[in-house]
Design a protein around this ligand. Structure first.
Ligand SMILES: NC(=O)c1ccc[n+]([C@@H]2O[C@H](COP(=O)([O-])OP(=O)(O)OC[C@H]3O[C@@H](n4cnc5c(N)ncnc54)[C@H](OP(=O)(O)O)[C@@H]3O)[C@@H](O)[C@H]2O)c1
Length: 220
């Protein structure tokens, strides 16, 4: 990815491999930025993992890891960079959430709950940071064509063919455009915006059986 970016654009690209959920991650990022003579102007909390299956039967370690990567890490990193952005009166954060953040998702329950948390946290902190010139945008895509679903063994579940997937490039374009325009929540893709409206307006008691049917782990 770094090589592609260097080849396509006149930019300096530095990479850093780290576990974002490790307590020392913010300090490691600070050190790498300082070594490159930079500071954090835009934080993108993109790392995320899913789990699929009956909640009661999920391995506890998998649930712990999901909470650490999807909730603790983005919260900690955002909390770490915001004081500097507020002092500079510029900068921003893009947090990857999901369409799933708008309604509970049986059989992917902790993942959906983690994305609801990110939506709520982002919108609230965006309100607090707006007077300081700092923008925060939560991105809520529907299915995206990456290896994400296969990694949690859900690639053959009904939602994978019932809901069309969009490309990661489309998600990135919508995310950056929305962030530059100052949007606090963006749902990439037109069909996904219709789905988001449906999930936001319908009572959960009605969406929950539909979601349960879509995410039921049929092949496991
Ligand atoms: N795919 C979808 O349908 C979809 C829909 C809505 C929202 N999202 C969200 O979009 C984001 C990106 O997902 P994706 O589809 O690109 O998934 P992906 O292809 O599985 O990529 C996830 C990325 O997160 C990284 N990661 C996981 N745990 C990490 C850790 N502890 N420390 C550092 N990096 C870690 C992975 O690195 P390694 O490869 O090194 O493991 C990988 O690069 C996630 O937050 C996800 O919740 C995805």
């Amino acid at each position: 990815m770094a090589d592609e970016l260097r080849a396509a654009h006149p930019v300096h690209v530095a990479t850093l491999s780290l576990d974002v959920a490790a307590p020392e991650a913010p300090a490691a990022i600070d050190a790498a930025l300082a070594a490159a003579g930079g500071y954090c102007d835009l934080l993108v909390n993109n790392a995320g993992i899913g789990v699929s299956g009956h909640f009661a039967g999920l391995p506890g370690a998998d649930v712990d890891q999901l909470l650490a990567v999807n909730m603790v890490a983005p919260t900690r990193l955002m909390h770490h960079v915001l004081p500097g952005m507020r002092a500079r009166r510029r900068g921003g954060v893009i947090n990857l959430a999901s369409l799933g953040g708008f309604a509970p998702g049986p059989y992917q329950a902790p993942y959906y709950a983690s994305r609801a948390y990110i939506l709520s946290l982002s919108e609230a902190v965006a309100h607090e940071m707006a007077p300081h010139g700092v923008r925060i945008t939560a991105v809520a895509p529907g299915p995206v064509s990456t290896g994400f679903h296969a990694k949690m063994g859900a690639d053959r579940d009904i939602y994978r063919w019932a809901v069309p997937a969009i490309s990661p490039e489309t998600v990135a374009r919508w995310a950056v455009t929305a962030h530059n325009l100052g949007a606090r929540v963006v749902v990439p893709g037109f069909i996904n915006n219709v789905l988001a409206l449906f999930l936001r307006l319908m009572p959960h008691r009605l969406t929950e059986p539909i979601q349960g049917w879509l995410f039921y782990p049929r092949n496991r």
